[in-house]
Design a protein around this ligand. Structure first.
Ligand code: PEP
Ligand code: MG
Length: 612
């Protein structure tokens, strides 16, 4: 049976019965937000903060030494686990990234915290669980209320570690060993912290379900890049199911089936078989050109964060890199990367991806990026960081950092396939200033005897509405545009891309976004330059016909989604894409636009959507 029909018959929306629904053994269907396509069946692993209440338990005087002993053992066990995880994270991700666990280990050695826990066990004659939970929650609340970005970020470290200690006190083993799952599991949690996903053995993960988040949440993006089914926004699910329960995740319809019946499994089994056939087909077209049925070549490139992503880019069939986010080079370290280090990284990326182009975006920090642990010239936390000192605004003021990066890019341009791109340009003065500095640094380097690409192409990211409005002016000073829809959407709709409370307003198919993309494309083309899209919107095969119909020349996507995009491109005609864009531009609501996009995409490539 078709997933959509299945959804329309007898789905119960949300929880309608009491707690521990999974224990009855009855089938229960719950609807959330579809975040990543695919279907999986397996046992649940509930992670993280579960709302298991830690009750106040009285302990007699003679039982107190045993409680202290239990606490000490739990702390030792937690320390072992963290060292172990750190070791594995260091092997998987490198020593730099594993450093985040230093902060976790520090929590365990905090004398103020531990003294208060022990004091409470003695003074109030309560269990170690209760005392630890009460004191650590109090610490976390105090930290969270401080007006200090660095300290309030430590709240999640403290909560992570506290949960681990509580699990050890309660003898809950499974949750502590994410890097070593004994069998494949479906991860269900309130939300997925990046520190959790860093150590998760993703080969043993079948799918994800979270209580919060929208299509652009961390979990959704991670699941799509791992090509695993995911449903998000399923309120209170983690606290109402138990680890080990059998569930089915339908990432097409956004449905979680608890205790699926034989009949349901059979229906979804057919869907899964179809999914396998699609995977095979995607592999077949991976190395073929992305050209529409009526012969238009479309560049499908990839977004990367580090040099080592190059292999995955080549594997995906992408034609180069449309966005190299250089922030990663600056993360989790005490000092800034110097010119040589950056030069090596950019040049190596260029070498590995030759002859395809590599678009290097200059540093975009601030906002959601790179907690300013380097405290670069930042005196106080900003009230509105997304509207604040970010990206090109930061670089133009921090000339030494900008100069170092531009010199490194210029030197690496000796490979001849490098392009440079500036983030968050809001007006012509910024672009002029960038161009002048680039020119000055080029002359400096030439005088020092370096070879730089004389035709190094420069691009402006179009991600602030003001840049769209003056796109014609910017286009005369750039060689290409790349539309950053992630930011363009949040700035246009005044909806913070990280805030789940306004996630429903963060809407890629809002008519205003379509018009802004069209205006950018028209301004670019009138001035003879190409226009790419490198925001998340470009990774969605449903959006590909619309974007191409609006005139976009290049789609830069997360590497695992490149084959799906190519597949879509190879199934469409530009004439129908243009017609979709024309009719969508006439729509008054985002719902209408989305419906049109989905109808066309499902008609062109039904198998990508669990049909056909
Ligand atoms: C964007 O804003 O769409 C973009 C690609 O940049 P980032 O997500 O890095 O801000
Ligand atoms: Mg951006």
């Amino acid at each position: 049976m078709d997933a959509a029909i299945f959804v329309s018959i007898g789905i119960s929306l949300g929880f309608t019965r009491g707690v521990s629904e999974d224990e009855t053994g009855e089938e229960l269907k719950l609807r959330g937000i579809p975040a990543s396509r695919g279907v999986c069946v397996g046992k649940v692993l509930i992670l993280g903060r579960q709302s298991v209440e830690t009750r106040r338990r009285h302990v007699e005087e003679e039982g107190i030494p045993a409680e202290i002993e239990r606490l000490e053992q739990a702390l030792v066990e937690t320390r072992h686990q963290l060292h172990d995880i750190q070791e594995r994270a260091s092997q998987a991700l490198g020593a730099k990234d594993a450093k985040i666990f230093d902060a976790h280990l520090l929590v365990l050695d905090d004398p103020a915290l531990l003294d208060q826990v022990v004091g409470m066990i003695h003074g109030e004659k309560v269990s170690a669980d209760y005392a630890f939970n009460t004191v650590s929650s109090r610490f976390a609340d105090t930290l969270a209320s401080l007006d200090d970005e660095y300290l309030s970020e430590r709240v999640s470290d403290l909560r992570d570690v506290s949960q681990r200690v509580l699990n050890n006190l309660r003898g809950v083993k499974e949750e502590g060993d994410l890097a070593n799952l004994s069998e494949p599991r479906i991860i269900i949690s309130h939300d997925l912290a990046p520190s959790t996903t860093a150590v998760l053995d993703t080969k043993k993960v079948l799918g994800f379900v979270t209580e919060i988040g929208g299509r652009t949440s961390h979990t959704a993006i991670l699941a799509r890049s791992l090509r695993l089914p995911a449903v998000v926004g399923l309120s209170r699910v983690a606290s109402r199911l138990r680890s080990g329960t059998k569930v089915l995740v339908d990432g097409y319809g956004g449905i979680l089936v608890v205790n699926p019946s034989e009949k349901t499994l059979e229906e979804y089994g057919q869907l899964k078989q179809r999914q396998q056939r699609v995977e095979d087909r995607l592999r077949e077209i991976q190395s073929l050109p992305s050209v529409t049925l009526d012969g238009k070549s479309v560049t499908v490139s990839a977004n990367v964060e580090e040099v080592d992503d190059a292999a995955e880019v080549i594997d995906s069939g992408a034609e180069g890199v449309g966005l190299f986010r250089t922030e990663y080079l600056f993360l989790n370290r005490e000092t800034l990367p110097n010119e040589d280090e950056q030069y090596e990284a950019y040049r190596e990326a260029a070498r590995r991806l030759r002859p395809h182009p590599v678009v290097i975006r200059t540093l975009d920090i601030g906002g959601d990026k790179l907690p300013l642990h380097l405290h670069l010239g930042q005196d106080a936390p900003e009230v509105n960081p997304f509207l604040g000192w970010r990206a090109i605004r930061f670089c133009l003021e921090e000339n030494d950092i900008f100069r170092t990066q531009l010199r490194a890019i210029l030197r690496a341009s000796v490979e001849r396939n490098i392009r440079v791109m500036y983030p968050m340009v809001s007006g012509v003065e910024e672009l002029n200033e960038c161009n002048e500095r680039l020119q000055k640094f080029r002359q400096e380097l030439i005088a020092e005897g370096h070879d730089c690409d004389p035709n190094l192409k420069i691009g402006a990211m179009i991600e602030v509405p003001s840049a769209v409005m003056v796109a014609d002016v910017l286009a005369r000073r750039a060689d290409f545009f790349s539309i950053g829809t992630n930011d363009l959407i949040q700035y246009t709709l005044a909806a913070d891309r990280m805030n789940e409370k306004v996630a429903h307003l963060y809407d890629p198919t809002h008519p205003s976004i379509l018009r802004l993309i069209k205006m950018t494309v028209d301004a670019g083309h009138r001035n003879g330059i190409g226009v790419a899209v490198c925001g998340e919107m470009a990774s969605d095969p449903v959006m590909a016909p619309l974007l191409l119909g609006l005139g976009v020349d290049e789609l830069s996507a997360t590497p695992p989604l490149v084959p799906q995009l190519k597949y879509m491109v190879r199934r469409m005609n530009m004439s129908e894409a243009r017609e979709l864009a024309r009719s969508s531009l006439g729509c008054e609501s985002s719902g209408e636009v989305l419906t049109r996009c989905q109808e066309l995409a499902e008609c062109l490539a039904p198998e990508l959507f669990g049909r056909g």
